[in-house]
Design a protein. Structure first.
Length: 478
């Protein structure tokens, strides 16, 4: 009977046959350990404990499993008896399938095999070396909390639980990625969130045929509705920011081994928000948001407007300024459009060097490189001082936005406006900005309008609509 069960993919009551199945994996994986012990009972029942070194907490395994089996009297007649008296952990399940047990073993769980029992006890003993909770590197704040997410799902969820101490907060778990089998948590508040949103996200994650989940870029396209250069899902490193968005009816997705939470649906306006805004309060917080929006417009449109004024609409400039700019550009041997694009790429190169190198070294090289490169470009008459100033202002205005994906999108939009300006002047800039507004207006994320800040809000309730149906209902009530 045991052989038939083993051939069908089930565990056998004979522990030696079960060990024979797992032994090849132990032999070929240096970090996979197997320890044989004998349970403290008259039958001297044989057991085997298997775990991955570095992924599990070996001290907990010694205390909660091995010591319990050796010192606590356990009859070991069935799985329930062992789970009640043989282990000291509350997070454990019993499995019958060999492949299922093997998958849990390589996911970092501890597996306990018992002679005479055709089930394996799988215990959650995750641990090992990990980064402690520290301040977020991207979403820095002056007056707010200093903790940020780490590369461990359990403490990340705990950081949110400590802030939202309510029964309305729900946490769902799914496993995604054929090779990585990454544990992913879906968080929402059931009294504020549309019940269809978490179910929709969970269904998309479970049905996604992902080979791996190593970065948030692997998960983002699965959750997103439409392909766009604009981030329709907000990436957040701070638990307090996630909590504030959950209260507004959003859904957060956190993957294990990722220090970032994906919050959806996200509106265009929310991409300009900063953790400092809530700490500073109104009206200064709102003013800073409008400053960031102005920086977005300047970064996208300024180089195109500069090209349009010099190549097509010089009469709009004061005569002295126009003469000075034209005289400076006459010394440059390349067309103005090509000049602006090349200088912008060089500035982008300096920014990327500062990001890729270590913090101290990257900042030093970035400052030194920008000074030397700018002076060399002007002295060699490869570009004019005015062009260099316009490009630097445009680049700096884009980086005033704390949302890194949106800052990357600005680069592509800027080049599109530059190309339109090189052919049609100010008319081309106007057409490009109009197309940008139309595209933003057409976008939606999980049924929610992307530029929701153009809609009227219910100030009495101060609750933000998160679905098109709810949005229409509130508009009809007004």
């Amino acid at each position: 009977m045991g052989d038939i069960c083993m051939s069908s993919g089930c565990l056998s009551k004979d522990i030696e046959k079960n060990i024979a199945f797992f032994q090849p994996y132990v032999d070929e994986n240096a970090d996979l350990s197997m320890r044989r012990v004998v349970i403290n009972n008259p039958r001297q029942t044989k057991c085997a404990v298997m775990f991955l070194e570095g992924v599990t907490d070996q001290q907990l395994i010694e205390q909660d499993i091995l010591r319990s089996l050796l010192e606590t009297y356990c009859k070991a007649k069935d799985v329930g008896e062992v789970m009640r008296t043989g282990t000291a952990s509350s997070q454990q399940i019993a499995l019958e399938g060999l492949d299922e047990t093997l998958e849990m073993l390589f996911s970092g769980f501890t597996v306990l095999l018992i002679d005479g029992v055709n089930k394996a006890i799988v215990v959650d003993m995750h641990g090992g070396a990990s980064r402690s909770v520290e301040e977020s590197s991207l979403d820095k704040t002056i007056l707010g909390a200093r903790d940020g997410f780490v590369e461990n799902l359990v403490p990340n969820v705990a950081l949110i639980r400590r802030r939202l101490r309510t029964k309305e907060l729900v946490v769902l778990n799914v496993y995604i990625g054929c090779q990585t089998n990454t544990r992913t948590a879906i968080l929402f508040m059931k009294d504020r969130c549309d019940a269809r949103l978490p179910e929709m996200i969970k269904s998309r994650l479970e049905n996604a045929q992902l080979e791996q989940v190593l970065t948030i870029g692997d998960v983002r396209p699965v959750i997103s509705d439409q392909k766009s250069i604009f981030p329709t899902i907000k990436a957040v490193e701070r638990p307090d920011t996630v909590c504030s968005m959950l209260i507004k009816g959003k859904v957060a997705v956190i993957c294990d081994q990722q220090p970032i939470a994906l919050v959806s649906p996200a509106s265009f306006k929310e991409l300009f928000e900063s953790p400092n805004d809530a700490a500073i309060g109104n009206p200064l917080g709102k003013i800073l948001q409008f400053v960031r929006m102005a920086g977005f417009i300047i970064s996208v449109a300024l180089p195109g407007i500069y090209i349009s004024l010099l190549d097509f609409s010089r009469s709009l400039l004061p005569s002295e300024m126009a003469s000075m700019l034209i005289a400076a550009e006459s010394m440059v041997p390349i067309p103005l459009t090509i000049e602006v694009i090349i200088v912008d790429l060089l500035v982008l190169l300096i920014f990327e060097v500062g990001i890729s190198l270590p913090t101290v070294l990257g900042g030093t090289i970035g400052v030194f490189g920008s000074i030397v490169l700018g002076q060399a470009l002007v002295n060699s008459q490869f570009t004019s001082e005015a062009t260099l100033l316009v490009v630097i202002i445009s680049a700096m205005s884009g980086y005033i936005i704390s949302n890194y994906p949106l800052a990357n999108s600005i680069r592509l939009l800027r080049y599109g406006v530059i190309i339109m300006a090189s052919f049609f002047g100010l008319f081309g800039v106007s057409i490009a900005l109009l197309l940008l507004i139309c595209r933003l207006n057409a976008l939606s994320t999980l049924g929610s309008p992307y530029i929701y800040f153009t809609a009227r809000q219910d100030k009495a309730k101060k609750k933000r609509a998160v679905t098109i149906e709810e949005y229409k209902k509130r508009r009809n009530m007004e």
